[in-house]
Design a protein around this ligand. Structure first.
Ligand code: NAP
Length: 253
């Protein structure tokens, strides 16, 4: 027997960070297509408004919330405001992320701190702020976007891999703490996906990655959105604490 049911006549509310481009934009469009009201978050409101228009012209529902995830206090207030204004938050996708790559011996404190703050601390802050509303509704889907770097490590990305591995520990702990309240928490870990983040990848690295990849192509944002759509669905109520690597068979972890 299913433990949850679709909301009668009401859209579930989803918040997606980093929704202005790349993977986050694809996730937002997909969740809107799934019938969710999507709250679009990133620093720049212009691109978010364009995503909102795309969603609305396809018959969906969305709103814009411009926020800097690196500013802990204002980010927490922004999530609390969304919950207050919409009266609920059912789906939280912590997708926004940055890289500041360097070899560990050369990595500066700023490079370390910024990546941990934006990629990991912001996700904790949002989960904590969202969990109260989810507990009240006895339903929640937390989806944290990590990376295969957080599972297998990556030379030159100690800060990024540590943040992404931290997201995995955070997610599994939340799954254990919140499971009794109908809230699931899972990680989707992309491999190499064609976005602005990977556009500067040198050709030699690209070829090497493809060589070790079962599916022999880099992923596209929709590959990740497809996985998130399922994990965030009402039907995925028995899936929690999992790390789903969507990486074309690169790591098979
Ligand atoms: P992207 O194209 O660089 O987009 C990053 C998004 O995060 C943008 O919407 C950006 O918007 C937002 N963002 C960055 N810093 C922010 C901040 N301080 N506050 C608010 N929003 C912020 O990245 P992507 O490739 O789509 O990656 C999305 C997620 O997937 C990231 O967590 C990344 O680590 C992960 N991932 C990507 C790949 C890949 O191959 N692309 C692989 C593994 C994991 P603004 O700049 O407007 O704020």
């Amino acid at each position: 027997m299913a433990h949850t049911s679709e909301l009668a006549g009401e859209r579930r509310v989803a918040l997606v960070t980093g929704a202005s481009r790349g993977i986050g934009k694809a996730i937002a469009l997909r969740l809107a297509r799934d019938g969710r009201h999507v709250v679009l978050v990133s620093r720049s409101s212009g691109p978010l408004s364009e995503v909102k228009s795309l969603i609305e012209s396809a018959g969906g529902s969305a709103s814009v919330c411009a926020a800097d995830l690196g500013d802990r206090a204002s980010w927490q207030s922004a999530v609390e405001r969304v919950v207050e204004e919409r009266g609920r938050l059912d789906i939280l996708v912590n997708n926004a992320g940055i890289t500041r790559d360097n070899l560990s011996l050369r990595m500066t404190d700023d490079e370390w701190d910024e990546v941990i703050r934006v990629n990991l601390t912001s996700a904790f802050v949002a989960c904590r702020a969202a969990a109260r509303s989810m507990m009240k509704g006895r339903f929640g889907r937390i989806v944290n976007i990590a990376s295969t770097s957080g599972v297998v490590g990556n030379a030159g990305q100690a800060n990024y891999a540590a943040a992404k591995a931290g997201l995995i520990g955070l997610t599994k702990s939340l799954a254990r703490e919140l499971g009794g309240k109908g809230i699931t928490a899972n990680v989707v870990a992309p491999g190499f996906i064609e976005t602005d983040m990977t556009s500067g990848l040198p050709e030699a690295v690209r070829s090497k990655v493809l060589e070790g990849m079962a599916l022999k192509r880099l992923g596209v944002p929709d590959d990740i959105a497809e996985a998130v759509s399922y994990v965030a669905s009402d039907g995925a109520g028995y899936l929690t604490g999992q790390v789903i690597c969507v990486d074309g068979g690169l790591t098979m972890c």
